[in-house]
Design a binder for this molecule. Structure first.
Ligand code: PGA
Length: 250
């Protein structure tokens, strides 16, 4: 069985007062408080703040990581460093990292390795830009991302990876993939994993949907058989929206 997750990707937003209010309000209104389904990824300076304030059922996550463990890499943060402040879930290969920071599939494979070597969980993002979707070649595009950054892993390693499918044309645009479009490509991703690793392994991988998830579409998206939760950007900064998204897991 795979697990359902909601990942809040706060991106480069928030400050101490805003964060504190957001966490308190989510905690007050969320009906899910007995299991670890909620991963909060604040900006790095606020990891300690959230770690101290969050209830135990919220998991602390990070938005990016270095492929190295330590050394002369100014401005970078490693998997062991994150672990030391309570962060064991790390988003890798978000489309904004791929696009604005030129992160390649090969680099992302190294980052996945660094996270796994530290016994942490990579949340690996994949997804196509609009031109690829319009050309109807999204399946091949996403398959290549998986092959290039994940398919060197053993079955045992892959089982520790969470995948987030995020169509770039739906991120921060207000456009969401329809639940049918999401289900179709999630099922495709699972089939690609099944061909390489077997159906038994593929069925255990959580595949999250990201791209303008909001309260109004969460129930329908999460009710698709191959959609195992969501990676939420903009709506994760609005307490009422995010709580409704969390509660949609019920
Ligand atoms: P969005 O962002 O929910 O604002 O579209 C999703 C993401 O970038 O992970």
């Amino acid at each position: 069985m795979n697990s359902m997750y909601i990942v809040a990707n706060w991106k480069m937003n928030g400050d101490q007062i805003f964060n504190s209010h957001l966490i308190t309000t989510i905690e007050k209104n969320s009906v899910i408080n007995d299991a670890s389904h909620m991963i909060i990824c604040p900006s790095m300076p606020y990891l300690q703040q959230i770690n101290t304030q969050k209830p135990s059922y919220m998991i602390l996550g990070a938005q990016n990581i270095s492929q190295y463990d330590n050394g002369a890499y100014t401005g970078e943060i490693s998997a062991p460093m994150y672990s030391s402040v309570g962060v064991n879930h790390i988003v890798i290969g978000h489309s904004e990292r791929r696009e604005y920071f030129a992160e390649s599939d090969a680099l992302l494979a190294e980052k996945v390795n660094a996270v796994l070597a530290n016994n942490s969980t990579p949340i690996f993002c994949c997804g196509e830009p609009l031109a690829i979707r319009e050309a109807e070649t999204q399946n091949a595009f996403v398959e290549n991302q998986l092959i290039n950054s994940l398919f060197h892993l053993s079955s045992e390693q892959l089982l520790k990876v969470v995948i987030a499918y995020e169509p770039i044309w739906a991120i921060g645009t207000g456009k969401t993939a329809s639940s049918a479009q999401a289900q179709e490509i999630h099922a495709f991703i699972r089939s690609v994993l099944a061909i390489k690793y077997g159906a038994d392994i593929a069925d255990q991988i959580s595949i999250l949907y990201g791209g303008s998830v909001k309260a109004a579409n969460a129930v329908e998206l999460f009710s698709q058989p191959d959609v195992d939760g969501g990676l939420v950007g903009g709506a994760s900064l609005i307490a009422t929206e995010f709580t409704a998204i969390i509660n949609a897991l019920q």
